[in-house]
Write a protein that binds this ligand. Structure first.
Ligand code: ADP
Ligand code: ADP
Ligand code: MG
Length: 471
């Protein structure tokens, strides 16, 4: 079995490891942009995906399919981003007799559009956030929905993702200004101007449930809490949720609700149902990500289930490693810090070249999923994530201690990064108590407490390299 990995960076490495361990041949791709991409060293073979821009390479469906056919590939793993949630691509892949390692195209269609998926959730008795039923085509309609549900409201691009295409409106004037802006963002970033209106929930928690399914079974692999966010994008995730804590009824309820939704669309792969949880622990469906997610490792650490391995087995029609829900249990606690090339105070992307990095002496219980090497350029073309630091401990306090030490040990040179912001958050009392919502960064402002006069901050700029060459 030859599996083509049409992605790059840490997720390409993560996929290659799972493919290799299953005894299959991992085939990586390189583009003219990154001829020496580090993920290739984990693949058994590699192929040139000609071109530089994403549209010429990782998004070029026909080129990818021809490459697969010319090289005797049987299955394609898309990773996350790029073509991972593109049902048209899935159909093309299947038409050529190849296997797409991901869910069926219909499930992607049903869940890929935020307005459509909300309707399906409603029909499956899954609580949804009050708001429009389906897309809202005009400003007048948006005003009337907003008057009904009350301000503040959120305008959301139906095809949006990665925190993009979303604007909060506190009154009608703001709604009038934001409506065309969200339409434009939807069109330019996702090729779809459609938008929906929903109630903007104050101080919610972002809690999501991992789904793992094949053609016969749909299991949940418990929850993750991802409330530490900037610009509606996650930076720290943990499993289990500190907010749900020992409330097993709530945990069981949210997990079973996620399974019910997955059942409604005949889901058959790894995926995630995202919810927003209110202060009283009532929860509402947000969206479903029909792919492997960035933060999947914390679920792997706390359940012992290899999500990538099982996602691949499921797509190939092989028996998964677990055969009943009862076999899946949560143990201990895991935290993930997304290490990004961004200013630790402004939290804005700061692309550059990694001149070197040092793992130091990582404590027991640490996993670092990354794809960096001296000389790698973090470009504005891709997500500025450098890697994911993941800790596991027997309980939350232990996982925090281990993460703090890992952050002390890890040094990344040559470009700005957010290690200092993570350190500040892991020392901050609200975070330590598990008392934080998606407004955490906005309200507690840990970024303002980052000690930029520390030696660590100076260290970032030592060994700076110019144009990818190590000095
Ligand atoms: P994306 O596709 O960009 O991930 P989501 O719908 O999952 O979009 O929302 C991303 C984040 O935006 C959520 O985790 C949450 O913090 C915030 N958010 C989304 N919808 C609402 C809402 N109705 N009220 C409050 N916050 C929201
Ligand atoms: P997760 O939902 O796993 O936390 P992110 O939301 O950060 O992950 O998205 C994972 C990757 O996929 C990021 O690189 C992000 O930019 C990209 N991404 C997410 N949703 C979309 C989308 N609808 N279109 C294009 N890229 C997306
Ligand atoms: Mg989301």
């Amino acid at each position: 079995m030859r599996v083509l990995i049409i992605n790059r960076g840490e997720i390409a490495i993560r996929i290659a490891k799972a493919v290799n361990e299953l005894g299959f041949t991992s085939v990586g791709v390189w583009t003219d942009n990154e001829p020496k991409a580090f993920h290739l060293s984990y693949c058994k073979e590699w192929l040139r995906l000609e071109g530089s821009s994403n549209s010429e390479t990782y998004l070029n469906q026909d080129k990818i399919i021809s490459l697969a056919k010319e090289n005797n590939i049987q299955a394609i793993h898309p990773g996350y981003g790029f073509l991972a949630e593109n049902s048209g691509f899935v159909r093309k892949v299947e038409k050529e007799g190849l296997i797409f390692i991901g869910p069926n195209a219909e499930a992607i269609d049903l869940m890929g559009d935020k307005a459509k998926s909300k309707k399906i959730a409603k029909d499956a008795d899954v609580p949804t956030i009050p708001g429009s039923v389906g897309e809202v085509p005009t400003i007048d309609e948006a005003i009337s929905v907003s008057n009904e549900i009350g301000y503040p409201v959120l305008l959301k691009a139906v095809a949006g993702g990665g925190g993009k295409g979303m604007r909060v409106c506190f009154n009608e004037d703001e709604l009038k200004t934001n409506f065309p802006a969200v339409q434009r963002e939807g069109q330019s970033s996702f090729g779809n101007p459609g938008l929906l209106v929903e109630k903007y929930i104050q101080n919610p928690r972002h809690i999501e449930v991992q789904i793992l399914a094949d053609k016969n079974n749909i299991f949940h692999v418990y929850e993750r809490e991802c409330s530490v966010q900037r610009r509606h994008q996650k930076i720290i995730e943990e499993a289990p949720s500190a907010f749900i804590g020992n409330d097993q009824d709530v945990r069981e309820n949210i997990c079973k609700t996620a399974v019910r939704l997955a059942e409604a669309v005949n889901y058959d792969s790894a995926g995630t149902v995202e919810f927003i949880m209110d202060e009283d622990k009532s929860f509402y469906f947000l969206e479903m990500n029909t792919r492997i997610q960035v933060e999947h490792p914390i679920t792997e650490e706390t359940t012992g289930i290899d999500l990538l391995r099982n996602m691949i087995k499921s797509a190939l029609g092989q028996k998964m490693d677990i055969s009943s829900q009862e076999e899946i249990t949560q143990k201990g606690h895991s935290i993930e810090c997304r290490i990004c090339a961004e200013d630790p105070v402004s939290m804005l992307p700061a692309p550059g070249v990694v001149s070197g990095f040092d793992l130091g002496a990582m404590p027991q219980g640490i996993r670092f999923d990354h794809c960096i090497y001296p000389g790698i350029e973090i470009t504005p073309d891709f997500d500025p994530m450098i890697g994911k630091l993941i800790s596991f401990g027997i309980n939350r306090d232990v996982a925090i201690d281990k993460m703090k030490e890992a952050l002390n040990q890890l040094s990344i040179y040559g470009l700005k990064n957010n290690i200092l912001l993570h350190k500040t958050i892991l020392d901050e009392e609200n975070f330590l108590k598990g008392n934080y919502s998606t407004k955490y960064i906005e309200v507690v402002k840990p970024q303002e407490k980052v000690n930029i006069s520390s030696d660590d901050y100076e260290e970032i700029f030592t060994n700076v390299v110019i144009s990818g060459e190590l000095k």
